[in-house]
Ligand binder design. Structure first.
Ligand code: ALA
Length: 399
């Protein structure tokens, strides 16, 4: 039996309704929305518009046209950053970011954008005061603040509402990477002062892979990242001005978007609070159990109510990759180990170069799954295998 505890990478399995929606759309409505004017195409267009409406309602955005579909959150973040930042602009971020934020910012820094990284505390949390100070240092005001709502390494939840309301008063754009929070924590773009919200469809929103979105508050209009066919005004050599066509070209993945809609409906039926309660209870059980194991150290807040869907830990003198390998090989338990594409975050919490063991329970995990994991770990931390650990390259060999 497999126990999947890597829902921060992607949620698996999906609710039955998601599989059904993808299958049904691909079979019955497998035409190209927005390309042509026959009945089936119009119906597919209405389906896609309905997904935009669902997402706009879910994140409290007035205009569904401000919901732009991308292949994943990384593409949405790239679109936001490259579409709005010019040489000479200042952007403020943190030292907890995923490469989806830090790599495009690194590329932009080589093109003359000033990128300033604000440090975090030992639990990975940033303060509004630190953001304020950096965003206005030297009398220069930042154009944008870009950070994750919730760390993919430690689960740390950032004070987005405080930061967002300050940014709005200052006329600074706030870009939130909601990869680990959309579908788990409440997100209200208006009340939280979020100008741009990037999210994957395939994580806690429960949609299929290949879905992502960028939600734009009123008046926020990035330059396109991709140029091409939009299904209308074909004589113009330029991309249309209006949203979402300005930022979407090529064929949309309508079957996957139908699946995403079914995923969000599933969350709405359960209620976001119930989703959060379920995952928090599993995290609490996990944190409590880990604290009783010798040599185990939890990285991050270490309190379920202060973190999103993940717990990261290390075991003294053991390589995280080795623990992950043994969990998989001997117990059929899937967790993610290493740096989780977030080297800055590991630098901030002191877990470079080998990273951590990260556990991320999902909607379909139970307390019994966490017990099985804790039992497996308990046996493992007592037993020291005959292995030579190569910390530099994150691999291990028979010794
Ligand atoms: N960014 C995803 C993770 O943290 C893939 O695992």
């Amino acid at each position: 039996m497999t126990i999947y505890l890597d829902n921060a990478a992607t949620t698996f399995p999906k609710p039955e309704a998601v599989y059904r929606a993808v299958d049904k759309t691909l079979r019955r409505l497998g035409v190209n929305p927005g390309r042509g004017s026959y009945q089936l195409v119009l119906e597919a267009g209405r389906l896609v518009y309905g997904v935009r409406q669902t997402i706009a309602e879910f994140f409290n955005l007035n205009d569904p046209a401000g919901v732009v579909f991308t292949a994943n959150a990384t593409e949405a973040i790239n679109l936001a950053l490259f579409g709005l930042l010019q040489p000479g602009d200042r952007v403020v971020t943190t030292t907890m970011e995923h490469n989806a934020v830090s790599r495009p910012l690194h590329a932009l820094a080589t093109r003359g954008v000033e990128v300033l990284k604000v440090p975090v505390d030992a639990t990975g949390r940033v303060t509004l005061a630190a953001i304020q100070q950096t965003a206005t240092a030297g009398g220069v005001k930042a154009r944008m603040v870009a950070l994750s709502h919730c760390s993919n390494v430690t689960g740390t939840i950032q004070p987005i509402e405080e930061i967002g309301n300050w940014c709005r008063r200052q006329g600074i754009l706030l870009l939130v990477d909601a990869a680990q929070s959309a579908g788990l924590l409440p997100i209200d773009m208006k009340n939280m002062g979020i100008a741009l919200l990037a999210a994957p469809g395939h994580k806690s929103l429960l949609g299929p892979p290949g879905t992502g979105l960028l939600c734009l508050a009123e008046g926020v209009l990035p330059q396109p990242l991709l140029y091409g066919g939009t299904g209308g005004n074909s004589l113009s050599p330029s991309m249309p001005e209006e949203l979402p066509e300005r930022l979407e070209c090529g064929t949309l993945n309508a079957p996957a978007l139908a699946g995403l809609q079914a995923g969000i409906e599933h969350i709405r039926e359960l209620g976001l609070e119930q989703v959060r309660r379920h995952k928090s209870a599993l995290l609490e059980q996990l944190i409590y159990g880990l604290q009783t194991l010798p040599g185990v150290r939890i990285h991050g807040p270490g309190q379920a109510r202060r973190q999103g869907g993940v717990v990261s830990f290390t075991v003294a003198e053991r390589d995280p990759a080795e623990i992950g390998y043994l969990l998989d090989e001997e117990h059929g338990i899937c967790v993610r180990t290493g740096l989780h594409c977030a080297p800055d975050a590991h630098g901030s919490i002191g877990t470079l170069p080998v990273g951590t063991i990260r556990v991320s329970p999902g909607l379909f995990n139970s307390a019994a799954d966490i017990d099985t994991l804790l039992d497996a770990l308990a046996r493992m931390v007592k037993f020291v295998p005959n292995l030579t650990i190569c910390k530099q390259n994150n691999e291990f060999q028979e010794g």
